[in-house]
Write a new protein. Structure first.
Length: 157
């Protein structure tokens, strides 16, 4: 029994190390430092955070246009870089086995992102439909709240 426990602990440690060592510059990146790193030339950054709401068991999906970025739980954030232009950021609580496109409970926020800019959004839960919404935050408040959150992995990580 003790050897099985040691094997499991080592397996979890190995997965954690290999999972953290990968770096994908072509897809969205969510390293712990991305929120404070300089932007890549010609790119824009979007950071979506979820502050404690008391609904810790629920998870909200985030999409940038047609690309799934990830899912947020409370006190977590997602940051990614993208090409400048018009997009729609989608937020939704979606059951685990249902894709976001098949869900009628989607909040959509049209957003024009410009090269060299960082856009901060907060995902909020509501008791009405759609059950989530996205709010644009000013930079000072956003950085304060971002410091209270931890990064979360993207769908492509």
């Amino acid at each position: 029994m003790l050897s099985l426990r040691i094997i499991l602990v080592n397996a979890v440690a190995l997965l954690a190390i290999t999972g953290c060592s990968s770096s994908k510059m072509t897809g969205p990146t969510t390293s712990a430092d991305l929120a404070s790193e300089p932007l890549h030339p010609g790119k824009a950054r979007i950071c979506v955070m979820r502050i404690s709401s008391g609904l810790s068991l629920a998870s909200g999906k985030v999409k940038d246009g047609d690309r799934m970025i990830g899912a947020l739980r409370q006190n977590r954030y997602l940051c990614w870089e993208r090409e400048p232009g018009n997009t729609v950021i989608r937020s939704s609580w979606v059951p685990l086995l249902k894709v976001i496109e098949e869900n009628d409970d989607v909040y959509e926020l049209p957003l024009t992102v410009k090269a060299g800019e960082v856009h901060y959004l907060m995902q909020q839960w509501r008791m009405t439909k759609p059950s989530t919404r996205l709010v644009v935050l000013d930079e000072e408040y956003a950085k304060e709240k971002l410091a209270e959150c931890r990064p979360t992995a993207t769908a492509e990580d």
